[in-house]
Write a protein that binds this ligand. Structure first.
Ligand SMILES: Nc1ncnc2c1ncn2[C@@H]1O[C@H](COP(=O)(O)OP(=O)(O)OP(=O)(O)O)[C@@H](O)[C@H]1O
Length: 318
């Protein structure tokens, strides 16, 4: 879908992309990096909207330096920032964008109705967008990226500003863009954890450089951590300490609790351990039951982008 070869973008005072080489296959690909990592810059270059300083890139086999117009005909783009005119309705706006992409009026209207329904906008689609919630605006932005039935969409921080429920809904919609319509997706986020469930493949960049590119399964395996919360009992007044010790004896690798001052609020009752494979869940359940501790929750920890950076500084880069 996308081939990027030694791509650099230098602004007078900052290098936004630094000899980046990476490929994007069909499916859903998450592009993850902290704010300022170079994600938006990369998307603008891929759309042919900004020139690279050096290196090459192609999208659907077309050169970004010379075929920007043709790329934009076949690719949908959801920009990061609010860009919707407040005084027109979602329907008017998306029809307009469909017409701009070359669809005849009737087809543009039909596609608009279908696409807005797909993203979950119904009666509200006739109201001016100035009165929309952030979630509704994000849905309209997604709809206009999809309306001309592109082969690939580039989504820049689509979950920005959404609450946890809105975030999950948006991630579900993004997954369905691929499963229902076969459209490939490149989606950016500054949070690694939120794209783990949505993406087949994850590319991490930092300071414009490639940090890692691998399938989500590989990623999860490499960083999987299980967090377990248990109750204290009379027999085990420090339930987490008892569980940690028992898990170690059972052959698991619980992590050291760390210095008291470094423990995050509420983390004092959590034991974290490597999630080597599915059997760890059973071992934790059996161990907690054996000790007579109440098992409050067991969850695979959601990873923050900072953990990837920590791994990198430890020299553990694939
Ligand atoms: N037009 C510009 N002129 C100068 N510097 C720029 C320009 N656009 C981006 N930059 C700089 O390039 C770097 C990468 O920015 P970019 O917007 O691509 O990052 P990002 O990963 O998308 O982050 P964010 O999500 O915060 O937008 C930043 O240091 C930014 O300040």
């Amino acid at each position: 879908m996308i081939a990027i070869e030694s791509l650099s973008k230098r602004y007078p005072r900052v290098t936004a992309l630094d000899r980046l080489t990476v490929g994007v296959e069909p499916g859903v690909t998450g592009l993850v990096g902290a704010n300022g990592a170079g994600k938006s810059t990369l998307i603008k270059i891929l759309l042919g909207l900004a020139p690279a300083t050096e290196g090459t890139a192609s999208v659907l086999g077309m050169d970004v330096a010379t075929q920007g117009g043709a790329i934009r005909e076949r690719v949908g783009y959801m920009p990061e920032h609010d860009c919707l005119p407040p005084d027109v309705s979602a329907t008017e706006f998306v029809v307009h964008m469909a017409r701009m992409s070359g669809l005849p009026t009737t087809a543009a209207r039909e596609r608009t109705a279908d696409t807005l329904r797909h993203v979950g906008l119904y009666e509200e689609r006739y109201r001016p967008m100035g009165g929309y919630s952030t979630g509704m605006k994000q849905r309209v932005k997604l709809a206009q990226a999809l309306v001309h039935d592109p082969r690939l969409v580039l989504l820049d921080e689509p979950t920005n500003g959404l609450d946890p429920v809105g975030r999950d809904e948006m991630l579900g919609l993004i997954r369905r863009v691929h499963t229902d319509f076969g459209i490939s997706v490149l989606v950016t986020s500054h949070l690694l954890g939120e794209l783990e469930r949505t993406s087949d493949h994850i590319v991490v960049i930092d300071g414009g450089k490639l940090l890692r590119s691998s399938t989500t399964a590989d990623f999860t395996q490499r960083t999987a951590v299980l967090a377990v919360e248990v109750t204290d009992t009379d027999a085990h007044p420090d339930g987490t300490a008892a569980l940690r010790e028992a898990l170690r004896q059972a052959g698991c690798t619980p992590h050291d609790p760390g210095p008291a001052g470094a423990v995050a609020p509420g983390a004092g009752h959590l034991v974290t351990l490597d999630l080597a494979d599915e059997s760890v869940y059973d071992t934790v359940r059996d161990t907690a039951a054996h000790l007579g501790l109440g098992l409050v929750r067991m969850e695979q920890r959601r990873h923050q982008i900072s953990e990837v950076f920590t791994e990198r500084s430890a020299g553990d880069v694939a």
